[in-house]
Design a protein around this ligand. Structure first.
Ligand code: GTP
Ligand code: MG
Length: 452
């Protein structure tokens, strides 16, 4: 019954993990397998996301996935560069992603961004699986390209299998330290209670069928009902980034997680000065790689339904905020939608004090995450904002009474040259990092040093 199928939206899968552990390679491999299956046109590369329809998932997963068992239309993967905190992106008070893949290099094991990702998944209660990647790099590995991992596992010598087991137990131990009970995925019965660890190789494709099968099963079994929404309703999404595009001015890269958005729709977007009300001028999707090199990078589409990545062109988007909500007004009162967006912005607004440090972060979600960590560490905040470090921030930081508070913590942001100069002149200390706890540790170490 196609009408029924249309009622289920695509689950959003975040791919996260430490730098270079193979997140992008895994997605490339999935795209590549689809090309081999003669389905190259079926997988679409979106803004910040890759959509894989159910029939392609089931072709790649072979016997492990029976498409008859699923109502969900497929999976939408969001790649998150290791140095970026997309994981902190929110949607209606929760995490943007419905589920996640934590990619861990089997040889490298847990690294700072792996720990960070786990703690974000924990806070947002996002179910996840672990892809223990690069199994092909284990010395003596006997590859079985694109095979399910059990077969490949059995095809290894005792020594190689023992070597792999040892590394997998290391990862399972790190998960356990973080409060998660984990096991080899084929021993896991309930993927919401236990984290399944799936050995994979983005290089040889081993384990990819298992990974897709587990993700489909996890989303269908435990999230089927949450996915059953009216995708013809007014669209709702989250801003990934505000970018300038030639010919379009300021545009929004958005993950649409609910409903439908159309050209000409009135929308409300969270901005630095409060909600922005504007009208969609164009909806854009990237062209195929081959076409991008020719003339235009984008293709204009009339309408997009969840879940999808897209670029929105509209007037007055300059002040829009990364991580802020985007809402289609539809047949509601504009004012009611403005209020709803305002409420969501207020929810993430960080409470500040008369005295404290200045915090800058790349998205609203990461700002909220860092503010929570600072509160736990009992470090007061004078001002917290999304954006790069500008001279104005240095001026604000220099007004703090206590020396140790004349500091700016920048998470995933850049420093304007004139701001760096001003900071040096005015003795305001800048702390920059892509890992929240590292940033806070660095600042605490500095404070301790001063007080000694
Ligand atoms: P960031 O986006 O920078 O966080 O990295 P990433 O996690 O996306 O890693 P990426 O996919 O770019 O891979 C990093 C390097 O590891 C590349 O040189 C890949 O070719 C290599 N690599 C990834 N997966 C595998 C694998 O399964 N086996 C082998 N041998 N190499 C891999
Ligand atoms: Mg990458």
């Amino acid at each position: 019954d196609p009408a029924q199928t249309d009622a289920f939206r695509t689950p959003i899968v975040a791919v996260l993990g430490h730098v270079d552990h193979g997140k992008t390679s895994l997605l490339d491999k999935i795209r590549g397998s689809a090309v081999i299956e003669g389905e190259s046109g079926a997988i679409t590369q979106h803004i910040g996301a890759t959509a894989v329809p159910l029939d392609v998932v089931s072709k790649i997963a072979g016997d492990l996935v029976d498409p008859e068992e699923f109502d969900l239309p497929g999976l939408l993967f969001i790649d998150t560069p290791g140095h970026h905190a997309f994981t902190t992106l929110r949607a209606r008070g929760g995490a943007l992603a419905d589920i996640a893949i934590l990619v861990v290099d089997v040889t490298d094991g847990f690294q700072p961004q792996t720990h960070e990702a786990v703690s974000i998944l924990q806070d947002s209660e996002t179910p996840f699986v672990v892809a223990a990647n690069k199994v092909d790099t284990i010395p003596g590995w006997n590859p079985s390209p694109d095979a399910p991992i059990r077969a490949s596992y059995e095809a290894q010598s005792d020594r190689v299998r023992g070597d792999l087991d040892e590394r997998l137990y290391e990862i399972i131990g790190d998960l356990s330290d973080a409060g998660f009970s984990a096991d080899f995925y084929w021993r896991v019965k309930n993927f919401r209670q236990n984290v399944g660890v799936i050995p994979v190789s983005a290089e040889t494709g081993e384990g990819i069928p298992d990974l897709l099968a587990v993700l489909m099963g996890l989303s269908q079994r435990y999230m089927g009902e949450e996915m059953e929404v009216d995708i013809s309703g007014p669209g709702a999404g989250t801003v990934l980034e505000v970018t300038e595009e030639r010919g379009f001015g300021s545009t929004l890269d958005v993950i649409l997680y609910d409903g439908t958005i159309e050209e000409g729709d009135e929308i409300v977007v969270g901005g630095t000065q409060g909600p922005i009300v504007t009208t969609v001028r164009a909806l854009l999707q990237p062209r195929d790689l081959a076409e991008i090199r020719t003339e235009k990078r984008f293709e204009q589409v009339e309408s997009v339904s969840a879940a999808m990545g897209l670029k929105i062109a509209a007037p007055d988007l300059k002040e829009a905020l990364s991580g802020a909500p985007v809402r289609v007004v539809g047949d509601r009162e504009t004012e009611a939608v403005v209020e709803a967006v305002q409420e969501e912005l207020a929810e993430v607004a960080v409470s500040t004090e008369e005295e404290g440090i200045v915090v800058k972060a790349d998205t609203l979600g990461s700002l909220e995450a860092i503010a929570n960590s600072l509160r736990e560490a009992e470090i007061p905040i004078l001002r917290a904002e999304v954006g790069d470090i500008a001279p104005r921030d240095v001026s604000v930081a220099s007004t703090a009474d206590e020396d140790t508070h004349q500091a700016i913590l920048g998470f995933n942001v850049d420093v304007h040259d004139d701001a760096a100069e001003l900071a040096a002149e005015s003795d305001v200390r800048l702390f920059m990092d892509d890992v929240i706890y590292q940033l806070i540790e660095d600042y605490e170490a500095y404070v301790e040093n001063i007080h000694r």
